[in-house]
Each structure stands twice: as structure tokens, then as C-alpha cells.
Write a new protein. Structure first.
Length: 231
């Protein structure tokens, strides 16, 4: 099994070279600062004890379905070896070349993208506009994104669809689903009235519920939403 020591040995040189990356545990490295959207690298164990899998992810903390700081969101991809090395998507611990190649691939393929997505709007619009990833975005994601971006009319349409087909008095199957239903109901009145202040307060409340007390809270910036007239 991949060990915490192996993951630390792999990631430590990268962290030393990039002061805006932090290790917060659970095999994740996060780009800081963190606001409404997190950008993370996951070094994950696999069923093969001799290898790990590496991937990047973009995750929103304010959307109705998000219930934890630790999640992989709906946008991400695997990170593979450089073409001149064998292994493809697999990073084998027995191969000493993975250490330098890990730095090279992350700095070439992940960090430039992450650093270019330096506002909430850029993160959300990247996901919506990328045909490789936009198909994974569900109605709940789009609802949260539309509200955060101030697209009130589209958000009303999405909430109406969700109320008709998903919420509508159905019993919740889990506490997490019940929480999501309650959040959707809380959006109803401020969306119908166009009360942006109340919508911002709800998004900020859900974000805080996910991040306060979490390992990434020290790196979290409580910024305004685009809904409030910022980028």
C-alpha cells in the first residue's frame, strides 16, 4: 500500500519550489489563497501497492450539494507521466524517475492552469466552457454557479426544474440529501424577489459550514461573490 511517507517524499520538493502550494493532509496539495473555489492536487492510493495515481481537481464550497471541505468536485483530470517515460497514468514507486517527473509535470500541466484561474468567475467559466469537463456538471452545480455569478433569471429556471423533479416533497435518502433540499428551499424566496444580499448570505453561510474548522481554513479568504459586483 502507498504510504504517507512515500507521498511526503514525492511532494516535498514540489512544495519547496512553490510557496503557494500547501499540504493539508488527506494526500492533497492545495493552491493558495483559497476562496469560494479550491484548486487541489490529489496523490491517491490505488489497488496496486506499487503505484499511486495523481490528479487535479477544482471544487466549489458554496454550492447546495457541497457538504465538506474535502471533495473532488465535478472538474478534474488525471496527470500522466512524461511521454519519454514508461508508465502512462501510473506512477510506480519502484521507478526513481517519478520524483523529478512529478515536479516537471505538475509545474508544466497543472500549476499554470491553476494560477490562471485566480478568480471565482474564471474558475466557473472555465468549467462551463471546457467541453472535456462541462458534461460532468449537474443541475445543482449550475444553480450554484449561476447564483454566484449573478445570473438570477437562469438560476430561477434551474431551481424551478429542481423543485419540480427532485425536491417536491420527496423524503430525503440521507442527512446530506436532506441538507441539500433545505438549502434549495432557502433559495426560493430570495431568488423570486431578486434579493442579492440574501443570496450572498446563503452562499457565504454554506461555504463557512464547509470550511470553518477544516484544515484549509487558515488559507481561506472570505471574498465577495461576483453576484456582489466583483470579478
Amino acid at each position: 500500500m502507498t504510504t504517507a511517507r512515500q507521498i511526503k517524499d514525492l511532494s516535498a520538493p514540489l512544495l519547496a519550489r512553490n510557496s503557494d502550494l500547501v499540504d493539508v493532509g488527506k494526500n492533497t496539495l492545495w493552491l493558495t489563497p483559497i476562496d469560494h473555489v479550491g484548486r487541489l492536487i490529489l496523490i491517491d492510493r490505488t489497488s496496486d501497492a506499487g503505484s499511486c495515481a495523481i490528479s487535479w481537481h477544482i471544487v466549489e464550497f458554496f454550492t447546495p450539494e457541497t457538504t465538506s471541505w474535502f471533495g473532488l468536485g465535478r472538474c478534474g483530470d488525471r496527470l500522466g507521466r512524461s511521454k519519454h517515460f514508461p508508465g502512462g497514468w501510473g506512477w510506480r514507486w519502484s521507478d526513481p524517475t517519478i520524483y523529478e517527473d512529478f515536479i516537471e509535470r505538475v509545474e508544466a500541466d497543472i500549476l499554470p492552469l491553476f494560477r490562471s484561474l485566480d478568480t471565482t468567475r474564471k474558475c466557473l467559466e472555465f468549467q462551463r466552457g471546457d467541453p472535456q469537463r462541462s458534461g460532468y456538471l449537474d443541475h445543482y452545480w449550475h444553480l450554484g454557479a449561476c447564483i454566484a455569478l449573478g445570473e438570477i433569471e437562469r438560476a430561477r429556471e434551474l431551481l424551478s426544474q429542481l423543485k419540480a423533479h427532485r425536491v417536491g416533497g420527496q423524503p430525503a435518502e440521507s442527512p446530506a440529501q436532506q441538507r441539500m433540499y433545505e438549502r434549495l428551499r432557502a433559495l426560493d424566496q430570495p431568488l423570486r424577489s431578486g434579493d442579492r444580499a440574501s443570496l450572498c448570505a446563503l452562499l457565504a453561510q454554506w461555504e463557512a459550514e464547509n470550511l470553518v474548522g477544516s484544515p484549509i481554513e487558515p488559507y481561506w479568504q472570505r471574498n465577495a461573490f461576483p453576484l456582489e459586483g466583483v470579478c
